[in-house]
Design a protein. Sequence first.
Length: 174
Amino acid sequence: MPFDAQPTLTGVNLRLRPLRANDFDDLFAVASDPLIWEQHPASNRYIPAVFKTLFQESMESGGALIVQDVQSQQAIGSSRFHGYDEAKSEVEIGWTFLARSYWGGRYNAELKHLMLEHAFQFVRSVVFLVGPHNIRSQRAVEKIGGVQDGSRFDGSGRESIVYKITPKSFRYES
């Protein structure tokens, strides 16, 4: 069975579905907050032209998901599956951001839970590439069981810390 990089996944608080072109305005309303990006290597993604490039890349990736609050149906962020490698039985999760009002635990945990449970139907490990100065994202990945597994350059040529999660190491606390 081939890996489905754009599933629709629903949890208690969140719904993830494939990103669509008409999601731009709703998603930019979330991404326009500079504090979301302050520790990210691309810290200017709150600028409309820069976000437009990210959004277009997300659309072209074939793995981008919009994250919606189940109750309000509002867009609250995005994430992406990338680089499925059948031979290594691995896929990457990344490009994740959430509105600040959804930071602090259960929403990111549920988002990752939904994506990891889906991924583990197809692969034995999931990797996350995190910028060396993005302490907030490093702690978030460690909180769900991510273990440092070296470093490598991401698709933009920036050095990143590699975190790996397996079904055995994954922790989910709702």
